[in-house]
Design a binder for this molecule. Structure first.
Ligand code: AMP
Length: 422
């Protein structure tokens, strides 16, 4: 029989790698906290209609990438392919708008998209992100962008750049899409099959095509959306840019940055990892003033971003930003036999209650085997426990870094464990 393995495009995050994720998560939590964002967790599956309506039927996500299934009750359910629609659903369902005029939320969790797996692209991947719900003002756009930049800066990442754009209000965009279609119609024959397919339903996606002929057409023939913004759209964009400059955030303007999802209005932005390969988008976001009302909620302006964890891990590895090792074990207790283990258990318990990382033997190994294991496991101190140690209520602590030894009463052990071993 074939051995069971992870599904294509999904990965285990193994114990030897998890400290990298935790290192990132600690920084994320701290940054979200200082900007006063509150965490929200929503289910991994939702009604299919949420994404079909929220993200848009013509988006790549909905048209071909969703994991959709019918459950035993006959309902169509989908593993969430993104989180903004879920957060919007939760906002509406729980009447958030009645509690306060502004909600600043953050999230982190797994998402599912049936894409072709490659480096930096998986079928189950993880995102963190924020949503500011309730403010129509450029200050909110600027804060969201600042939080994203702050995270990469705080993590020590050097090779990234911020690109921003405005795709205007829905009316502006509708008007621009008509102009785009008219202008590009003569070149339709030069486009790839996918772009020709997208021409009617989602022409903005043509900006994202990597095919050189399509890219050439878009670069040379497509009008810039920035030339078609309404006065109000322009003012909003100018203010976002001014705020970012005041906050000393560097950016470039990329009029081709339209993003594939239907719900964006006005500001869009992306952070690209400049040392990553083809999958270089670390983070993407923007304003989505129409989403909550499109989902039958109250008219509520909002802005947010979502960022990939896996690509961030790749980028940080490339820049050698991870701490070298997993957390070390403070004390490895090596009892001569199981009775010794039982007798020293009160001490082990007390030390663990105080927060020390203590290993207690579970394999009844010989002292020699345990000490070999302690060596392999990045241990600060080891102590062999036999009759003498029990009788005197002492431990003979061996410093694994410099091989020095000292004998201490059980009460005093923690004083030594708190000392820096190096
Ligand atoms: P999106 O929701 O498509 O705007 O994606 C936001 C971020 O999530 C991207 O910038 C990537 O960092 C990450 N991301 C999106 N799709 C995938 C995927 N299939 N595998 C890994 N990361 C992804």
């Amino acid at each position: 029989m074939q051995r069971l393995k992870t599904i294509k495009g999904t990965h285990d995050i193994l114990p030897g790698d998890i400290h990298r994720w935790q290192q990132i998560e600690t920084v994320l939590r701290r940054v979200f906290e200082v900007y006063a964002y509150r965490e929200i967790r929503t289910p991994v599956f939702e009604n299919t209609a949420l994404f079909a309506r929220g993200v848009g039927e013509f988006s790549d996500i909905v048209s071909k990438e969703m994991y959709t299934f019918t459950d035993k009750g006959g309902e169509s359910l989908t593993l969430r392919p993104e989180l903004t629609a879920s957060v919007a659903r939760s906002f509406i369902q729980h009447h958030f708008q009645q509690d306060a005029p502004l909600h600043k939320l953050w999230y982190m969790g797994p998402l599912f998209r049936q894409e072709r797996p490659q480096a930096g692209r998986q079928r189950q991947f993880h995102q963190f992100g924020i949503e500011v719900i309730g403010s129509p003002y450029p200050e909110a756009d600027a804060e969201v962008i600042t939080v994203a930049c702050r995270i990469y800066r705080e993590l020590g990442l050097k090779h990234w750049e911020l690109q921003i754009n405005s795709i205007g209000s829905p009316d502006t965009r509708k008007h621009y899409i008509e102009i785009l279609k008219k202008t590009l119609d003569p070149y339709k024959k030069d486009l790839c099959d996918t772009c020709r397919e997208r021409f009617e339903g989602n022409i903005l996606r043509l900006f994202d095509c990597k095919n050189p002929e399509c890219a050439e057409v878009m670069q040379t023939k497509a009008p810039s959306i920035l030339d078609h913004l309404s006065d109000e759209d322009s003012r909003h964009f100018e203010e976002v840019k001014a705020l970012l400059s005041a906050l000393q955030i560097e950016f470039t303007i990329n009029p081709a940055l339209v993003r594939g999802l239907d719900y964006y209005t006005r500001t869009t932005f992306e952070i690209k990892g400049t040392a990553l390969g083809a999958q270089d988008a670390l983070c993407g976001g923007g304003r989505y003033d129409g989403l909550i009302s499109d989902l039958d909620g109250p008219e509520t302006p909002a802005v947010g971003f979502a960022a990939g964890m896996e690509r961030l891990v790749i980028a940080m590895e490339a820049e050698h930003l991870f701490d070298q090792q997993e957390k070390s074990i403070d004390l490895y207790i090596a009892p001569m036999n199981k009775d010794h283990l039982l007798a020293v258990m009160p001490l082990i318990n007390r030390l663990r209650e105080k927060g020390f990382i203590v290993h207690a033997e579970l394999l009844r190994r010989s002292v020699k085997a345990m000490l070999r294991d302690a060596n392999r496991q990045n241990t600060r101190w080891t102590a062999v426990v036999g009759d003498l140690e029990l009788e005197k209520k002492e431990l003979n602590l061996k410093n694994m870094r410099d091989n020095t030894q000292q004998t201490l009463s059980w009460e005093k052990v923690e004083n030594v464990l708190t000392q820096n071993p190096e």
